[in-house]
Each structure stands twice: as C-alpha cells, then as structure tokens.
Design a protein. Structure first.
Length: 426
C-alpha cells in the first residue's frame, strides 16, 4: 500500500511533471492537491511534448484516474481546454474526477491578479497572473465558490453577490474600475457547470476508499519548498502550501497515508519571478546554462519568461528536502551540466561574516547572503543515453554522491533528459 508524494525541493520547475509521468504507469491515481493553472509541468512522451497547467500528470495513461482535489485552485476553462487539446493530439480520453469541494478560480481573480501586478509595477512579485493569490485570499476570507455551488443556481447567485459586495469596493476605489454584477457572471458559470458535471465527484471518499484498498496513489505537488507561504521566501512565495505535509490535506487522505516522499531536485538552480536567489548567475554564464537547460532552454512553461539561473544550492536544497520530509530524491537535469569541465556548487552562505550551512535565512536576511562556491569535477560529455547508474562517468556519480551528502537523502533516480525513458533508477 503506497501513497507517494512527488514534490519540489527547490523553487519549482525541478521536473516534477516528468517524474510523475514516468511513475504514473505504476499508479492507479494521480492527484493534484494544491495550486492551480500557474503550474507548468512539461512532459515529453510518445504523444509529443505537453505543458500541463491544470491537469494531473497521469493523463497520458488511460488506466490512471486523475483527480483534482479540494485543495486546488480550479481553473475550469484551462482544465477543459487542456483536456480537449490532449485528445485532439491523439492522447486517449483520460479518466478525470474533480472534487465538488474544490473552489473555482473566477475571471475576477485573474483580473485582480493583473490589476495588482500593474499597480505594483517594479515592486511586483512576478505573478503568473492566473488569479492564484486573489483566489486563495478569497477562499480563506470565505468568499469562494465551490464546484458544488455551481449546481444550485440561487445559492450560486447569492455566493457571487456576497463575494462581489467586497470585491467591487476594491475594484472601484482601489483600482478605479467599473463594478461587476453577479448576474453578468452567471451564464458563463452555468455553462462551465454543465461541462464539468461528468467529472465532479466526492474525490475524498474516492481516494479514502482507494487507500483502504491498497491502491497506488501519487500526489503531485506544484512549485517547490522555497515557494511555500510559511517556510519559503515569503512574500515571493505562492499562496498554497507546496509541502508534502499538505498533500493529504489538499487531497483528502489521512496524514499517515503517505509513506514515500520523492523530492525532485534539480542539478542546478532555476527560479521564475522575483525574490532572493542567492546563487543567481548573470551574463554569459547564465545565458549558457539557460540555453542548455530543460528540454529547450529554461523558459517558464506558462509564461515563456526566461528563468533566472544559478548553480546548485546545497543550503536551499538541504532545507527544501528537510521541509518536504523527503524519503528519497529524484535528481533531474544532470545531463545539462555535461558541457562543464568543472561544476561550481554552492556549499554554504556567507552572511555578515558568518558561515550558514545547516539553516536557511529568513527573507529579510537573504538578500545579504553570498554563496560560498566549491568546484566539482565535470564529466564533460553527453550522458543522456545512459540508462544504468554504473555506466555514468565517475564525475557524474561523484556529483550524485555530493547531492546525497549535502541533503542527507538518497538519490533514488537520476533524470538525464526530458523524455520519459531518460531515467536511471538506482
Ligand atoms: P515541473 O513544473 O517541476 O514539472 O518542471 P517544468 O516542466 O516547469 O521544468 C522542467 C524542465 O526540465 C522542462 O523543460 C522539462 O522538459 C525538463 N526536464 C525535466 N527533466 C529533465 C532532465 O533530466 N534533463 C533535461 N535536459 N531536461 C529535463
């Protein structure tokens, strides 16, 4: 009986989608439990290349039941569009269930996200503008709309009026916009309700039963530990917990159900959006790593924005793995470093004359932290065709051992390319 969480140990974009896709074949359920369409999980398999924003990464295997849990920010339009696009490209119709308790990201959330980033200008947080922060703010202010509300018209209207009473004040006074009437939103929502109807379910009961029956369940995280609102680089964080500890909450499973926590670690660092990023590279060094990284360079899967690049950061990654409670690591993008004769890695931070190694500074101090770099030997060749750990060049093995000693967690799989089959299981 295994419930496995696949989560990011860094800032996101570690390659969780690829690892989930590779493991989905052994699972009965793949579950998204937090976040929304601000995810960008890139998957390359026999059907082609896909960037999934809202659908769980198990959708390429028709035997897998894909679940959108109550903890997610459901962007219904994006989900329905992604599903259509997948099938138009030859993927068999995926099995999909959406929690009736999941809440909906509404156009007004996206509007507020845009207006706020516009208002903040240079001081912005680098939002993906998918409405995620306004959505979660409304959810916790008890203004949100649950999927089940879509199927009770008078309740839906009442909930929208309740939400808009507060939102319209901000819209008019703060952003100088016209107010929105609840009735204006109804036709679109009722149309979406019908399209979602075949998929809505009590997914918590579904997963609880699957758990009791000993089925394999994969809980797929979005973003990474350093974006967690409580433990990460707040306020440059996301609005839902990115930690495996939240996975059973957002999915509707007992906390003790998870027995395996795979923290996905990138062989170097990348980060989208604003915020402190200690190992950040500039100029040619950054450009070269960005150009060679990922499957076609390191650009945001959702926004196309160039990702900020840095060397592997042992301080941040150790902290990320600890917070995730990682029981094993999946080290990704190792192939990317094959162009280097020597590979710099950040082993500690220097902060106001002190060396920081075993803890991660709070955001208020992080801007003053400087990376202390060490150089590891490079392997300086292509390793993307290798399928067995023993066949890796010694320097690549040493790099894996270095990550293990830096994090204190075993690297159980090494990804050496973006494709599903480019995976070494140890
Ligand atoms: P996710 O959100 O964690 O799933 O990560 P993204 O999909 O946003 O970013 C990961 C990027 O790395 C994508 O472009 C993947 O195709 C790519 N990728 C994943 N694993 C590997 C790998 O081992 N090697 C290379 N070269 N690219 C990889």
């Amino acid at each position: 009986m295994t419930v496995t969480a696949i989560v990011g140990a860094n800032w996101g974009d570690e390659g969780k989608g690829k690892i989930t896709d590779a493991l989905a074949a052994k699972s009965s359920y793949v579950v998204r439990y937090q976040g929304g369409s601000n995810a960008g999980h890139t998957i390359i398999n026999s059907y082609g290349k896909f960037a999934l924003h809202m659908l769980p990464s198990g959708v390429f295997d028709p035997a897998v039941m894909n679940v959108i849990g109550p903890g997610t920010a459901l962007d219904a339009e994006m989900l329905l569009r992604e599903r259509e696009e997948l099938m138009a490209r030859g993927v068999p119709e995926p099995q999909l269930r959406i929690s009736e308790r999941a809440q909906l990201v509404l156009p007004i959330h996206r509007l507020f996200d845009e207006l706020e980033e516009e208002r903040l200008g240079e001081r912005g947080f680098g939002s993906t503008k998918r409405g995620i922060a306004p959505f979660y703010a409304d959810k916790y202010a008890k203004l949100g709309i649950q999927v089940a509300d879509l199927y009770d018209e008078s309740r839906l209207l009442q909930r929208l009026e309740h939400m808009l009473a507060a939102k319209n004040v901000l819209l008019m006074q703060w952003y100088g916009r016209q107010p929105i009437a609840a009735r204006e939103l109804m036709p679109e929502l009722l149309e979406i309700a019908e399209k979602l109807r075949p998929f809505t379910a009590d997914t918590s009961m579904l997963l609880q039963e699957a758990y009791r029956n000993g089925e394999h369940i994969l809980l797929e995280g979005q973003l990474g530990a350093l974006r967690d609102p409580d433990h990460g680089i707040y306020p440059y964080s996301t609005s839902s917990s990115t930690l495996a500890g939240f996975a059973p909450v957002g999915a509707g499973l007992p906390p003790y159900a998870i027995t395996r926590i795979i923290a996905v670690v990138k062989a170097y660092s990348s980060c989208v959006g604003a915020g402190p990023f200690v190992t950040e590279l500039e100029g040619d060094e950054a450009d070269e790593l960005r150009r060679r990284g990922g499957d076609a360079g390191e650009y945001g899967a959702l926004t196309g924005r160039p990702r900020r690049m840095g060397w592997f950061d042992a301080v941040a990654t150790r902290y990320g793995c600890m917070l995730q409670g990682a029981t094993e690591l999946a080290l990704t993008n190792l192939d990317v470093l094959g162009y280097l004769k020597e590979i710099p890695v950040c082993v500690s931070y220097e902060l106001n004359g002190a060396i920081i190694k075993d803890s991660f500074p709070v955001t208020a101090k992080l801007d003053s932290a400087r990376p202390v770099l060490q150089r590891l030997p490079g392997w300086n060749c292509d390793i993307s065709h290798i399928r067995h750990f023993d066949d890796l060049p010694d320097a690549a093995k040493q790099y894996v051992y270095f990550v293990e000693s830096a994090t204190g967690v075993k690297v159980a799989s090494v990804s050496i390319g973006p494709r599903r089959e480019q995976l070494i299981i140890r």
